[in-house]
Write a protein that binds this ligand. Structure first.
Ligand code: A3P
Length: 287
């Protein structure tokens, strides 16, 4: 795909706070345009670069059949499953792009041309969060327990793994003027500070009141109820199981503790230690 200088990519390993970062970045870049943010869902404001690859033709047909009674839903289904490169090629305004691909699988001239905001999160919270989503997402359809899921995760057998290589590729570029590297835990701890970092990166400046209002807009409780960002559209289309977990879930750092037994905890410590040995990447809450 052709990258344009005004493009802004928000990239991450899944479940790292991508949606949260997307809305933050979009609001900052668009001078806090609440009206448009409320009117146009994030799925439309940010084509998801590789999502169409995950919709197997058998599932596509099933979704079509299930939604065939509503022209509006079929249109929506076609939008979310259409290759994003086709949608992006037709866009005339500034483009915002979501991707979970690591830098090495994105266009090679990306950082020399456009801006990238990358967000990373403690892999134990990522695994718990992705486990829930993989059970709820019919394009993924995981059916076993978390312990087995974790094994797959650290064996690089989930989509978009290996996890640490993903982070390290961006971490190595963290001082590139066109890349901003954020941590979920940093947003969790001090959202106004994270907003200021994004604003600096995008050459914007806001008053303390404006930042406080934006942080309120970005709070987990508001997010859960905000149809424009909460991906309820995926439930409406039956891509997410309707009585299952929501896309926006607990929104906490450290929730993994409820899912790990002692053996898994030790295994996680070892796995993280091994993967952090050859890098100066450190999660801010673990320093
Ligand atoms: P949990 O499942 O741990 O709650 P992504 O957008 O990359 O898929 O990440 C989803 C994770 O970010 C979920 O984590 C989700 O609840 C959390 N999240 C989404 N919006 C949030 C917000 N406004 N504040 C805090 N966490 C948020």
């Amino acid at each position: 795909m052709e990258v344009r200088p005004s493009d802004i990519f928000v990239t991450s390993y899944p479940r790292s706070g991508t949606t949260w970062t997307q809305e933050l970045v979009w609001m900052v870049a668009n001078d806090l345009d609440y009206e448009t943010s409320n009117a146009i869902p994030l799925t439309e404001r940010y084509p998801f670069l590789e999502f169409s690859v995950f919709v197997h033709p058998v599932m596509m047909k099933r979704f079509h059949d299930e939604n065939s009674d509503s022209e509006r839903k079929i249109k929506l289904l076609e939008w979310v499953t259409q290759p994003a490169t086709e949608q992006l090629a037709l866009m005339t305004k500034q483009r915002f792009i979501k991707s979970h691909l690591p830098l090495s699988l994105l266009p090679p001239d990306l950082l020399d041309t456009a801006k990238v905001v990358y967000v990373a999160r403690d892999p134990r919270d990522v695994a718990v969060s992705f486990y829930h989503l993989n059970r709820a997402m019919r394009t993924q359809g995981y059916i076993d327990d978390f312990k087995k899921y974790w094994k797959f995760f650290i064996s690089d057998l989930h989509h978009w793994t290996p996890y640490f290589e993903h982070l390290k590729e961006s971490w190595e570029k963290r001082n590139h003027p066109n890349l901003l590297f954020l941590f979920y835990e940093e947003l969790s701890k001090d959202l106004p500070k994270a907003v200021r970092r994004v604003a600096d990166f995008l050459g914007k400046s806001f008053t303390n009141e404006e930042i406080a209002k934006l942080c309120e807009h970005l709070s987990i409780d508001n997010f859960k109820n905000n149809k424009s960002v909460n991906y309820d559209v995926m439930k409406e289309l039956g891509i997410l199981i309707s009585d299952g977990q929501s896309f926006i879930r607990k929104g906490k750092a450290g929730g993994w503790r409820d899912y790990f037994d002692e053996e898994m905890e030790q295994e996680a410590d070892k796995w993280m230690e091994k993967n952090l040995r050859d890098t100066d990447l450190r999660f801010p809450h673990l320093k």
